[in-house]
Design a protein around this ligand. Structure first.
Ligand SMILES: O=C(O)[C@@H]1C=C(O)[C@@H](O)[C@H](O)C1
Length: 149
């Protein structure tokens, strides 16, 4: 059974009002609620969520996941996708498989969004599906043997 941690990075607390043409009109609370409903329908032992605008807080939460028996992380690192070696190192350091998620298709946006410090180590990358991508990520982590301990 999967123990899933959902992490959202900077500015994702603004979902619903932040550039709705890019990120949609659902709030972060809507996203988390839908993820929890999806997890309840699947063989998920535990589901937790975290959002922070601070790189160090995200790193600390990733470290904590190992002690909680988390078997899979779904992370939308926000802008830290494109800048953070430290978050990459934290994910590698705890050795928990993860799915990288972006609401928008980062490859169809500004060039600086085309690079990710995480993608080569992710089990999967979801980008451009809007907030529906979170639902697919929960289903994948909940059902793939890659996220079982
Ligand atoms: O599409 C998203 O969810 C990502 C979210 C952000 O906040 C941006 O900084 C990324 O570049 C894209």
């Amino acid at each position: 059974m999967a123990n899933i941690l959902l992490i959202n990075g900077p500015n994702l607390n603004l979902l619903g009002t932040r550039e709705p043409a890019v990120y949609g009109s659902d709030t972060l609370a809507d996203v988390v609620s839908n993820c929890k409903k999806g997890a309840q329908k699947l063989d998920v032992k535990a589901f937790s969520d975290f959002q922070s605008n601070h790189e160090g807080a995200i790193i600390d939460r990733i470290h904590q996941a190992r002690d909680e028996g988390v078997t899979g992380i779904i992370i939308n690192p926000g802008a830290f996708t494109h800048t953070s070696v430290a978050i990459r190192d934290a994910l590698l350091g705890v050795d928990i498989p993860f799915v990288e998620l972006h609401i928008s298709n980062v490859h169809a946006r500004e060039a600086f969004r085309h690079h990710s410090y995480l993608s080569d180590k992710a089990v999967a990358v979801i980008a451009g599906l809007g907030v529906k991508g979170y639902d697919y990520a929960v289903d994948f982590v909940a059902t793939s043997p890659k996220f079982r301990r």
